[in-house]
Design a binder for this molecule. Sequence first.
Ligand SMILES: *Cc1c(COP(=O)(O)O)cnc(C)c1O
Length: 402
Amino acid sequence: MNSAATLNALMPVTPRPDIVFTRGSGARLFDADGRSYLDWVQGWAVNSLGHAPDELVSALAQQAVQLINPGPAFYNQPALDLAAWLVAHTCFDQVFFTSSGAEANEGAIKLARKWGQLHKGGAHEIITFHNSFHGRTLATMAATGKAGWDQLFAPAMPGFVKADYNDLESVRERIGPRTVAVMLEPIQGEAGVIPAAEGFLAALRTLCDEHGLLLIVDEVQTGCGRTGTLFAHEQAGIQPDIMTLGKGIGGGVPLGALLARNSVACFAYGDQGGTYCGNPLMCAAGLAVMEKIGAPGFLAHVQAMSKLLLAGLQQISQQFGLRAARGQGLLLALDLGRDIAAEVVSAARTQGFLLNAPRPHLLRFMPPLNSTAAELDEGLTRLAAVLTEVCANQISGPKHTA
Ligand SMILES: *Cc1c(COP(=O)(O)O)cnc(C)c1O
């Protein structure tokens, strides 16, 4: 066990359980004591193919001996190949690679502001949404719609106006002469897996076209197969102007991407960059992950597993008198109806099952996209066992009213 002094050398920016993980394989994690855990957190929907998948390990190993980083001002083959793959599989024409989702969103914000300077008389305001999440840099925190975040490191970066998710009129009301873009998640992940209502993205596309605004989709959480299609906005049949990726694209390693259509990609030399941006090691990993996700049959598997997991969650919901299960693909959530999610997460961990609770009343499920039916069944059985235990302990937990 590590001493308190060792543990305290890491800034305590989040509560961490007293476990040190030493190994991961597929859907499983193993701790320093050799205990095994079924992992449905997967680094927050980051490990698209589970822990240490062969494709990713060999791509990293091969690239590591070949070339790790020539610097961002030179071409390298993995960056060219991954950009070409993304352009071929989306409506976008150009890609800028980053090391995180927040950094990709920073790039999207900069690109929209630059476009506003060039084409819209200096318009720079971006309409984002209450309860949204876009990252933890100062600009992306200002874009984020979490209550209290505008005061956390005041003064907040100006230029963001918040509308209500799934409420087109509230967006229309906030459009003014300084508005340059609307930015949203196709499913609000951190808010509790809240999908855009049927027709909302299409209506936003039309509204943006009417007012000459850019539509930016933050697919850091929903992209790269997580929702059962390559990218979630495809399901709404729309073409955004800008898209950001992170999390799943790297399969666990730090990689993000900013994608834009030619009409919008207006950075001049020097406007954007970063020491690690587009390094071949991470891009080789991203290419291995995306080629796997794009391989024939892979997304059909995600959709089949989604049906299985959703049906199982709905059955558990009925059995325990909970609220609805929701979500798309393998980004699903279960509303517990009362604020017992933290207790469920902790009881599950004790039983060797890792879950995530983005809200006090809500569980979010992010198993690997290549999970088998047997693994999902195992998780559902474990979840039912944990709920039996927690509900027996706490029949009258505080009701969640929101
Ligand atoms: C996680 C997340 C981010 C931030 O990504 P980081 O890699 O943590 O910076 C941004 N947007 C959405 C929708 C996310 O889920």
